[in-house]
Design a protein around this ligand. Structure first.
Ligand code: PLP
Length: 414
């Protein structure tokens, strides 16, 4: 087995054992170097002066990570007033926040309007609602390019079977409704889904999207959305997306589209997972090992409340096993089922996974947990959400969010 974390010196001057001794378990650990590398890769996706990369806070909302995104020049997209609030607290100026809303109330719209934050409206009814409370205002509209993509049907967000966005047939109605309230549609956006490794559906969607965008005459930006995949099976050789190919294709589509006009329309993208996933791992400890019928269970403290993706989407996360600070050799492997400590049989991190012989006390390191990891963690079973640590560029760890305490569980009752 190939150990990813060793190959990139993920843990810098420390190691999983020391980290758990110092900060407890389970523990999210991030690499500042990998985070910045991924940001730079996205910023280089399009050679275009107007190109803006948004950071999707829903993937990881740790304040330190947001500050790095801000410092690197990213803008941000938000899905809720809560995300807007945290982005403002992190220091993002209002004009670098884009509220990509879905089925929001008047109050939620007003919250964004009061803070001068641009909202993307994703159906005629929401345009109507926005127009009533903010006639003459500026807004964006989310379009459905007719093509979706993604790793699971729950996260395909364009095409036919989705609650999101204005489909081509409804564009006239959307423009008409905006006209009725003198709204200025200054941007259009799309997001076709999450975690595609193949660039074709994306470039096809971008082409359709740009052709639908023709029908809007006061655009200041077009936003291509996110969804760029990362290799979750890197230990068995899966490769990253070929961004240089994608970059060439996108550049040619954009150049063709501009052809002497539309120089002032800027291009945006909203990669979430691509930026945050690979910079994070989740460490946990093995507390019990048992056999039941044919199955060998490795019982850990990484419950579905800490990382929900495997139980929610059946997602694969690569696993490394550490003993005394070092990854253990895969000289002898066996199929085991790695589970957490939550009262639910579906609390499975990895089913029938070939792993080195694991002992009680070993440390499990779950790779690619930086996106949709902590941000989807919960207090289910009244478990405490873990701490988060960042390994800085010089290899030193820093606590960037404390572990919850039992008292935190009582906070809302005071
Ligand atoms: C979730 C989401 C993103 C980011 O998606 P990834 O798959 O993590 O890249 C971007 N834009 C919108 C509107 C989203 O809903």
């Amino acid at each position: 087995m190939f150990y990813f974390t060793e190959s990139v010196r993920f843990f810098g001057n420390t190691n999983p054992e020391k980290l758990i001794q110092r900060y407890g378990s389970p523990l999210y650990v991030y690499s500042e170097t990998i985070l910045r590398d991924r940001i730079h890769e996205m910023q280089n996706l399009l050679q275009d002066d107007t190109f803006v990369v948004n950071y999707s806070i829903k993937t990881n909302s740790n304040l330190e990570i947001l500050k790095i995104a801000l410092e690197e020049g990213l803008s941000a997209d938000a899905m809720s007033p809560g995300e807007i609030h945290v982005l403002l607290e992190a220091g993002f100026p209002a004009d670098r926040i884009f509220f990509v809303a879905n089925n929001i109330s008047e109050e939620e719209m007003q919250y964004a309007i009061d803070r001068n934050i641009l909202i993307s409206l994703d159906c005629v009814a929401q345009i109507e609602q926005f127009g009533k409370i903010n006639p003459g205002g500026r807004c964006a509209v989310r379009l459905n390019p007719g093509i979706g993509a993604g790793h699971h049907k729950k996260v395909v967000t364009a095409g036919k079977n989705t609650k999101f966005s204005v489909s081509e047939e409804d564009v006239d109605a959307a423009i008409q409704t905006a006209g009725k309230y003198n709204l200025q549609i200054i941007g259009v956006n799309q997001h076709i889904g999450s975690l595609f490794m193949d660039s074709e559906p994306y470039t096809e969607a971008v082409k359709n999207f740009l052709s639908i965008a023709e029908r809007f005459d006061s655009l200041e930006f077009v936003d291509f959305g996110g969804g760029f995949g990362i290799p979750y099976k890197k230990l068995s050789g899966e490769k990253s997306m070929n961004l240089s190919d994608l970059s060439v294709q996108l550049s040619s589509i954009v150049n063709e589209w501009r052809k002497g006009k539309r120089e002032n329309i800027s291009i945006k993208t909203e990669p979430g997972r691509y930026i945050a996933a690979e910079c994070g791992v989740l460490l946990g400890q093995v507390h019990a090992i048992k056999n039941n019928a044919e199955e060998k269970y490795i019982g850990t403290d990484i419950g579905m409340n800490v990382l929900v993706r495997p139980s929610m989407y059946n997602s694969w996360h690569d696993i490394e096993v550490y003993r005394k600070g070092h990854p253990i050799s895969d000289f002898e492997c066996e199929a085991v089922t790695v589970v957490g400590n939550i009262c639910e049989t579906g609390d499975i991190l990895a089913a029938q996974r070939m792993l080195p012989m694991i002992h009680q006390g070993d440390i499990i390191c779950v790779l690619d947990a930086g996106a949709y990891g902590y941000s989807m963690a919960s207090n289910y079973n009244n478990r405490l959400r873990p701490a988060e640590v960042m390994i800085d560029a010089s290899g030193e760890p820093h606590l960037i969010r404390r572990r919850e305490t039992l008292d935190d569980l009582m906070l809302l009752f005071q």
